[in-house]
Design a protein around this ligand. Structure first.
Ligand code: SF4
Length: 420
């Protein structure tokens, strides 16, 4: 099988990359995204037994080398209900399976690896619900908007959001390896997907270069780790050459839906540009397979500091014990629990949204009941562009004269002497 693959060689660091090498792929929902010659030997080599069984049943011709290659995973992803019907009883999900392909909704895309985690599970299995389209996406409720955070009002260039004085968000690509049905930026990944070319990137980089107050960037998308090594290397090197830009952060779900992408090549590229942080989108404890653990291990060993981001989702992770297990697994894999988000009000997302009290209940169920390191912030990204607002259960109860009145994790009241 080996002769089918060429070695995945990185360009030397000092090598000038031509613009043509950096033209970003325009994502499509079907069709080939990579040439066969680009699907090369990978240094990722873990396949858990359950996933191996799934591969044998559904991709019997795929070799270990192919399965472990991230581009093969993207190339062979499930992108239609027809394909999904081979592994799921979709009659339980939709009567009219064409509805999603004829709509302008978020496309369907699931890697074979992530789909292997659905094997033998009912259709209400949390991981299935988070990425398989549902007709409920056509029910628009009060308060829902295409761009609930009003990011497009804060864009000095097409791919840059400048909301906070010292930080920017760069939307590097419109493509993701798996489309989460509750995605805040689903507007960017509809069938008329935007592609972000080098010109757009350059404008954003120039804007940051000319604004010395910007000291922190989040590179998101889409998912930046779906870009090629060359593109990531180019972008990080351009950003790192800006003297006042101190912190670079990558926002990604790739380590849990496409762990094969976390090659040694990739982490070696990223670690050249430290300090680089990674905000990893995790949803459910079942995502922590041996493959994902290996991906996190590689990232952490490269000195990349990871924080978790989790969207609170009805019927998926809206339960104290599930969240506790998720946060514990994150911590065990050197991912610091960072944020639990209230699900943003994008059109057709009400079936995912929990009452705000649920997030507070979860924080209450964690604080005092597990290590402080395992406790994330519960935040609402304020509609209209107000930024992230943290919400806490009522630990602070007010004042009585020279005392502050507080409630602890058991609900017991305490006084703290604090003269005014
Ligand atoms: S990975 Fe992130 S950007 Fe992509 S669909 Fe999921 S939430 Fe949206």
């Amino acid at each position: 099988m080996k002769e089918m693959f060429s070695q995945d060689k990185e360009p030397p660091l000092e090598q000038e990359l031509s613009s043509t090498e950096l033209i970003l792929e325009t994502a499509t929902t079907a069709g080939k995204l990579f040439k066969d010659s680009e699907i090369v030997l990978s240094d990722f080599n873990i396949i858990n037994p359950e996933t191996a069984k799934f591969r044998l049943n559904h991709f019997p011709k795929a070799s270990d080398l192919q399965w472990n290659n991230w581009k093969w995973q993207i190339q062979n992803s499930y992108t239609s209900f027809d394909e999904l019907s081979e592994i799921l009883d979709i009659s339980n999900i939709a009567d009219d399976v064409d509805f999603i392909s004829t709509s302008n909704k978020l496309p369907l895309r699931i890697t074979p690896y992530y789909a292997s985690l659905f094997d033998g599970k009912p259709t209400n299995y949390p991981l299935i619900k988070s990425v398989v389209p549902s007709k409920l996406e056509f029910v628009t409720s009060e308060g829902e908007e295409e761009d609930p955070l009003h990011e497009e009002d804060m864009c000095p260039s097409e791919s840059l959001v400048h909301r906070y004085p010292d930080r920017v968000l760069m939307l590097s690509t419109g493509f993701c390896s798996v489309y989460c049905r509750y995605c805040t930026r689903s507007r960017m990944a509809t069938k008329d997907q935007k592609s972000y070319g080098l010109k757009v990137w350059k404008k954003s980089i120039e804007y940051i270069r000319n604004n010395p107050t910007i000291r922190d960037i989040v590179i998101s998308g889409g998912d930046p780790l779906t870009m090629s090594d060359k593109q990531i290397d180019y972008l990080l090197s351009e950003l790192r050459s800006i003297p006042h830009l101190e912190i670079i952060r990558l926002g990604t779900k790739v380590p849990v839906v496409l762990p094969q992408r976390i090659t040694n090549n990739l982490v070696n590229i990223i670690k050249k540009y430290h300090p680089v942080f990674m905000s990893v989108h995790i949803t459910h404890p079942d995502e922590f397979t041996p493959e994902v653990k290996e991906a996190f291990n590689r990232i952490a060993n490269a000195g990349i500091v990871m924080g978790s981001q989790t969207v609170l989702l009805k019927g998926i992770n809206d339960d104290v014990s599930i969240m506790k297990s998720l946060m514990h697994k994150a911590l065990l894999n050197r991912v610091k629990p960072y944020y639990i988000y209230q699900c943003d009000p994008i059109p057709g997302s009400s079936h995912f949204r929990t009452p705000v009290s649920k997030g507070l209940e979860i924080i209450q169920g964690l604080r005092g009941h597990t290590s402080g390191y395992a406790i994330p912030h519960f935040v609402i990204d304020a509609p209209g562009g107000g930024g992230k607002i943290p919400l806490l259960p009522e630990y602070y109860q007010g004042r009585e004269g020279n005392y502050v009145i507080m409630k602890n994790f058991e609900g017991k009241t305490y006084k703290y002497y604090d003269p005014v």
